[in-house]
Design a protein around this ligand. Structure first.
Ligand SMILES: *Cc1c(COP(=O)(O)O)cnc(C)c1O
Length: 388
């Protein structure tokens, strides 16, 4: 297919054919035995992928924003103190969400490309009683990766709940929910989980469920209320029929296949594959002579890369050339820097051929835009890393 376009944006991504086939099968009843079994299998496999044997999984029709909304609305009561750690666009979104539910929000931010210093977080936690804090694991607007473990350990020290927005990280970046003591880890299907858009996925700790059960004020959203969904998740896990809102039957058939592929690959092998591909892609961009948004390799995501356009290259022209070269990538998302950089997703079923094709399209486009550099150096650098 000479005009097939490779989709390399940070979600939706390229999906495995077996996943798409499962979604294309005839729709069954949401109380059919086979479907109940598939749903139950998904809940069980989520615990493996999240590395949370004690967690309570939720699978709900909706996007990642619903998952963020659900975690917030079920844990927050009016006037609770909430600390939002923002490393970009999705951190800002979390602040908007928690404000909506009547929390007193404090937001810690940094220059784009940086992470927030631990001392700064601890200082803030020691000033008042924070009910919860939110972390964006990988902010998809900047490609910045945050190490959640030291932050969630601090949260435990101050008796503060933690929510990890893992929409661009679950099944791509290492997460050990139970060991790291994270109270909610949430994601959406269309990113590293590898299923078309439409599923919000959450895992709540025992402590988060206890805090939810002890709330005084009713949950300020009917559809998102755990009270409605917990019995449904428990019924599916016990392989019993139940109903609250019709589940997206076909997407869940796809989720069962994708989670099985993830578990079969081995979660640690999967993280290693993302790390190798992410490193190869970043090093290729640097070798070409471009700058990355993240200011250090330790806070560079392995699921996507945000790269500044070279000086004197017009971003719109460059993106058009990439499209002509049959690869689809994304422009900038951070409002203050939107026209200065582009983003490439490399997560889920991504393989080394996909990134070589993408680097090839980037090199061809730079040549078309008359950028001076050592042609082929990006491909060569990536090949060296892939083959070590
Ligand atoms: C994509 C993304 C979201 C939003 O997910 P939607 O499915 O678009 O609602 C939230 N947080 C992060 C980190 C994301 O990458």
């Amino acid at each position: 297919m000479k005009s097939r376009k490779l989709l390399m944006i940070p979600g939706p991504i390229e999906f495995e054919p077996e996943v798409l086939q499962a979604i294309g099968a005839p729709t069954t009843s949401h109380v059919a035995t086979n479907f109940i079994n598939s749903f139950g299998n998904c809940l069980e496999m989520m615990r493996e992928v999240w590395q949370s044997p004690t967690g309570q999984p939720f699978i709900i029709a909706g996007s990642g924003t619903l998952a963020m909304d659900m975690a917030a609305v079920n844990l927050i009561e009016p006037n609770d103190n909430v600390l939002v750690l923002s490393t970009g666009y999705f951190g800002e979104r979390y602040a908007e969400i928690v404000k909506r539910y009547g929390a007193n929000v404090t937001i810690l931010t940094t220059e784009p490309g940086n992470t927030i210093a631990l001392e700064k977080i601890e200082n803030e936690l020691s000033t008042k009683d924070y009910k919860l804090l939110t972390i964006t694991h990988v902010d998809t607007s900047t490609g910045v990766l945050v190490n959640p473990e030291p932050i969630t350990k601090l949260a435990q020290k101050y008796n503060t709940l933690s929510i990890l927005d893992g929409v661009c990280s679950v099944a791509g970046e290492e997460i050990k929910q139970d060991e790291w003591g994270i109270d909610v880890v949430l994601t959406a299907s269309q990113k590293a989980i590898g299923v078309p858009p439409g599923l919000a996925l959450l895992m709540a700790s025992k402590k988060a469920m206890a805090v939810f059960k002890n709330r005084k004020a009713p949950v300020q959203n009917y559809y998102a209320d755990f009270t409605n969904w917990l019995p449904i998740m428990q019924a599916y896990e016990n392989r019993n029929p139940s109903y609250f809102g019709t589940p997206p039957v076909n997407l869940i058939a796809g989720l069962e296949i994708s989670l099985k592929q993830i578990v079969d690959e081995g979660i640690n092998n999967r993280f290693a594959r993302h790390k190798k591909i992410g490193t190869a892609f970043r090093q290729a961009m640097l070798a070409i002579g471009m700058k990355l948004l993240p200011n250090h390799k330790n806070n560079s995501a392995n699921t996507l890369t945000a790269t500044y356009y070279p000086n004197n290259i017009n971003g719109a022209d460059f993106l058009k050339q990439i499209g002509n070269n049959n690869v689809i990538i994304a422009g900038g998302l951070l409002p203050s820097h939107k026209t200065q950089y582009f983003r490439v997703g490399h997560m889920g079923s991504v393989n080394s051929n996909d990134i070589l094709a993408t680097i090839g399209a980037i090199e061809s486009s730079l040549i078309a835009c008359k950028f001076q550099y050592e042609q082929g150096i990006g491909i060569k650098t990536a090949l060296n890393i892939i083959n070590t």
